[in-house]
Design a protein around this ligand. Sequence first.
Ligand code: AHR
Length: 317
Amino acid sequence: MTLRRRTILTAGTLALASAMPALAQKKIVLGFSQIGAESEWRTANSESIKASAKDAGIELKFSDAQQKQENQIKAIRSFIAQKVDVIAFSPVVESGWGTVLREAKAAKIPVILSDRAVDEKDDSLWVSFMGSDFVEEGRRAGRWLLENYKGQGDVNIVELQGTVGSAPAIDRKKGFEEIIKAQPRFKIIRSQTGDFTRAKGKEVMEAFLKAEGKKINVLYAHNDDMAIGAIQAIEEAGLKPAKDITIISIDAVKGAFEAMIAGKLNVSVECSPLLGPQLMQAVKDLKAGKTLPRRIVTQEGVFPMEVAAKEFPKRKY
Ligand code: AHR
C-alpha cells in the first residue's frame, strides 16, 4: 500500500515537472506592424526590433506594410485575431487609426506606438508612445542654419518633405519654420514631398533646380535619404553640394556621415532608429502588470560635417 502510494505520488510529480518548463517557456507574443523599407533609417529600425525581440526571448510577428496604411490596418487586425499579447506599430500617417485601435482595445490587447504618433483624440487607445521629438529635430535643423549660415541678404531655402500626412513630415516642418521665422530673410521658396526616399529626393531636387537654378542657397531635407538623392541631382546640375548649396538633413545614418566626410552634406540632425531594446522592455513591463510612461522620448544630438570623421566609427546605424 505504502509502495503503491509512493509510486502514484512520483508519477504525479513527474507529470507536473514535465508541464512546468512548458508553462515557464510560454513566450510573450508581440505583433509589430512596420511601415516598410523606405530609408536607411527604417531598415536599421526593423533590424533593431528583430534583434532585440530575439535577445529578449519575445516571439515577434513582424509585418511589412510597404508604405501602405491599409496594409498596416490589415496586419493589426490579424494580430488581434491571433490574440497576440501586445501590438506595436509605427504609423505611416497620423490620421485614420481610430477604428482599428478601438478594435484592439475591445480585444484587451495593449498597443504601443513606436517611432511615430497618431492624431486621435482618445488617447486611451494606446498605452505608450516611444520615439523622437520630431518638432525638436526641426528646431535643431533651424537653429543650426541660423547659427552657421554665412551668406548675407535673402536666403532661399528649398524643402524636401517626408511622406505626406506623416508625423515626422508635419513636425519637422513645424519646428524648422518656428525657428527661421525669427529672421525673415530666411525664406522657403519651394517645398514638396520626396516621400523619405532617395529616388524621390533626387527627382524633386531636379525639379527645384530646373525651376529656381542658382537662386537656391539651402536645402532642408526631412531625412538623409532624400538629401543623398538630392546631392546626386545637384552634382548632375554642375553645382557643388554643401558649397554652392548648404544641405541640412535629419537621421544621422551612416550614409549621411559618408556624405559629410566626402564634403557633400553640411549637417545631419540625429533621429535614432534603435528603438528595439526599449520596446522589448516595455512589452515585458506591460506583461508584468506595470504601467508604462505615456511618452518615452529618445535622446539625440546634432552632427555637423566637421565632426563626421571622428564620430563615424562610433555609429551603429
Ligand atoms: O519616422 C522616422 C522617419 O521615417 C525617418 O526620419 C525617416 O528616414 C524614416 O523613413
